[in-house]
Design a protein around this ligand. Structure first.
Ligand code: UDP
Ligand code: MG
Length: 350
């Protein structure tokens, strides 16, 4: 890490100056923890309990301001999740709730939460409701904020508790993204700390469909990582079935890179080159009066070229579809209710 510590001073990349070491009197951030929830009635109570205890401990240690808060975003759940959030909000004044009008997906729900939390906090941490990501990494993230970082990525050091399929598919996806030249933090999902200005930077990306973990590195403020071990879901089942995972992967690729389009062009060049060689071969055969190879080679090349063309058209179509969806400039989400003792400003226009 590039934080140099000399006696009582350390270098802060955020303000680009030497600062006094954080002490109890160091201005601790007003922290918001944003938790998107979709049909999480089974884990909500546990999640609320654990995060509340952690927040309380951090306030006691003067790591964060006493007016720090938890913000639960209900992503159009069809179970009792919202009812539980409502109860929690009426019982505890450090808990806030936001309800989207329908299920918009994890990324959009998270964005809605960040947009609502940022104006009233110095730093925002996002975490999944099932607490698979170790909450003990949160104080370490806050310590990095103290040290001057705007972005702190939570990185899964070990994910033995995920299924073999989830691990392998995730690994394949990260590698694919790397091959296509997309900068992405390996094994980082949506568990991270963002300073207020980093959230504001993120919100300036106006695309309708967001792939947040691909956009955060583009914001580019000083960043660092904390590692942790990923646990298993405490209860309930994954809200990311294969279809949603593939959708997210597709979103990540098409929203961050046009390498697939270039690959089509490269493939086209390669096949052109092959066909020149094949043409020479066929001509030589013709003039040496040998019989030209018949049905098998013909039918194979028709199938092959048909396949290549349909695949290329499909990739092209993905991008065109994306342009179509983006040009409509539809609202990303609608906020149905806001529950807060303070002044949580709804941001329906995002
Ligand atoms: N989630 C959401 N909307 C959705 C799907 C999921 O807000 O449409 C939330 C979910 O409640 C959880 C987080 O996104 O807090 C991650 O989901 P999950 O833990 O099921 O994903 P996994 O850990 O299996 O990848
Ligand atoms: Mg999970």
């Amino acid at each position: 890490n590039d934080t140099l510590v000399f006696n009582q001073l350390y270098y802060s990349p955020r303000v680009e100056r030497l600062l006094l070491m954080p002490t109890a009197t160091f201005p601790a951030p007003r922290l918001a923890i944003v938790i998107p929830c979709y049909n999480e009635e089974e884990v909500f109570a546990f999640c609320q309990q654990e995060l509340s205890a952690l927040l309380y401990a951090m306030v006691q240690d003067q790591m964060v301001q006493p007016d720090s808060f938890l913000l639960f975003v209900d992503d159009g759940s069809r179970d009792s999740t919202w009812a539980q959030i409502r109860t929690a909000c009426t019982e505890e004044n450090y808990i806030q709730g936001l309800k989207l009008s329908r299920n918009e997906g994890h990324q959009t729900a998270l964005l809605a939460g960040l947009a609502a939390a940022a104006p009233q906090s110095d730093a925002v941490i996002s975490i999944d409701a099932d607490l698979q990501d170790d909450i003990q990494a949160i104080p370490r993230m806050v310590a990095c904020y103290h040290a001057g970082y705007d972005i702190v990525y939570g990185v899964r050091e070990s994910r033995q508790t995920d299924t073999w399929f989830k691990r392998t598919s995730a690994e394949g996806f990260y590698r694919l993204m790397a091959i296509m030249g997309v900068q992405q933090v390996f094994n980082h999902a949506d568990f991270r700390l963002l300073s207020q200005r980093a959230v504001k930077g993120l919100l300036r990306y106006a695309e309708r469909n967001v792939y947040i973990r691909g956009l955060v590195p583009l914001v580019g403020f000083p960043s660092t990582e904390v590692t942790y071990t990923r646990g298993s879901r405490t209860a309930g089942e994954s809200k990311y079935p294969l279809s949603k995972m593939l959708g997210l992967a597709m979103e990540g690729i098409t929203s961050l890179t046009i390498t697939p389009l270039r690959l089509i062009a490269a493939l086209g060049c390669f096949i052109c080159l092959l066909s020149v060689i094949a043409a020479l071969y066929v001509l030589v055969q013709k003039f040496s009066n040998a019989t030209v190879a018949g049905w098998s080679s013909l039918i194979l090349s028709i199938f092959f070229m048909g396949g290549v063309q349909m695949l290329s058209l499909g990739i092209l179509g993905e991008y065109i579809g994306k342009i179509y969806l983006e040009t409509k400039h539809r609202p990303r989400f609608h906020i149905e209710s806001v529950l807060s003792r303070g002044a949580l400003a709804p941001h329906s226009d995002h």
